[in-house]
Design a protein around this ligand. Structure first.
Ligand SMILES: NC(=O)c1ccc[n+]([C@@H]2O[C@H](COP(=O)([O-])OP(=O)(O)OC[C@H]3O[C@@H](n4cnc5c(N)ncnc54)[C@H](OP(=O)(O)O)[C@@H]3O)[C@@H](O)[C@H]2O)c1
Length: 247
């Protein structure tokens, strides 16, 4: 029987997940497996999708539903529960079970990328589902961090705070963008921080991978920072999703 996998989110056309799994299924000979894009106007539409999709085996979850999807699940794995966000759903024996592979994927890629002989103070931009996964990863790596939000009540700093006090950027040698600012097709937008204070000592990681070099990364790179986009993280989290669906 055909097995269906896919991605749910508000807009999913920007995603590389489908081409990743299409190629994987072709390469590994899974001829009855399909990976589909399922844009949902509202997360409550998930109920209809599940009812109407025969053979549905696994889903990835993207912006902005990683937190709201949790109330539609029967079980949530303890790590995803602790993080407070789900990006993988497995359908097993009539149950919907939630997992988080973003956090470990981010941790693994960050650990490989950062120099081992330096200590970092990190600044995370955004407070949504992937920010929570990043926070969990930094805790595991014992990297001290602060969080920026448009709403000061949700984070440690507002963007106004950051731009009033340059120390925040100069002392945060690891800056991570977990907002959708700069993601295709809105390539012209970028987080509103003062890029003049980024230097060659900064490591700047954008979870966005489409485009490959967001304006956020370009501005930091122009000042000598070392940059990384979210493509490797996407591949690592996709492989971890695959292991969960097949376990
Ligand atoms: N590479 C990967 O594998 C990978 C994995 C996960 C996510 N991502 C990418 O990460 C991004 C965020 O995904 P997500 O699932 O975490 O989304 P999300 O749950 O909607 O969270 C995004 C957060 O960004 C902030 N934000 C949203 N719109 C903003 C705006 N106009 N200006 C400033 N801040 C804004 C918000 O935080 P505040 O309200 O606190 O400001 C929001 O909570 C997306 O681009 C997604 O594709 C990539």
């Amino acid at each position: 029987m055909e097995k269906i996998f896919g991605l749910i989110g508000l807009t999913v056309s920007h995603s590389f997940s489908k081409s990743y799994f299409d190629e994987k299924f072709f390469r590994e000979g899974f001829r009855d497996y399909r990976y589909e894009l399922f844009p949902l106007k509202n997360i409550s539409d998930l109920e209809t999708l599940i009812k109407e999709t025969k053979g549905l085996t696994g889903l990835n979850v993207t912006i902005p539903y990683k937190e709201d999807v949790m109330k539609y699940l029967n079980e949530v794995d303890p790590a995803a529960q602790r993080i407070g966000a789900v990006n993988v759903i497995k359908f097993k024996e009539g149950k919907r079970i939630g997992f988080n592979t973003d956090s470990e994927a981010f941790r693994e890629t960050l650990e490989k990328w950062l120099p081992k002989d330096k200590t970092f103070q990190a600044l995370i931009l955004g407070t949504g589902g992937s920010s929570k996964a990043v926070q969990e990863a930094l805790k595991k790596l014992k990297i001290d961090f602060r969080v920026a939000s448009r709403d000061k009540a949700k984070g440690d700093y507002s963007y106004e705070d950051i731009n009033k006090n340059h120390e925040i950027i100069t002392s945060s040698h690891l800056i991570i963008n977990t907002t959708p600012l700069g993601m295709s097709p809105n390539n012209d937008s970028l987080p509103p921080i003062d890029y003049e204070h980024t230097t060659k000592d900064h490591y700047v990681y954008d979870l966005i991978y489409n485009p490959a070099r967001t304006l956020f990364l370009q501005k930091a790179e122009m000042r000598g920072a070392t940059i990384k986009n979210g493509l490797e993280m996407l591949h690592v989290q996709a492989e971890k999703s695959w292991q969960i669906w097949n376990n």
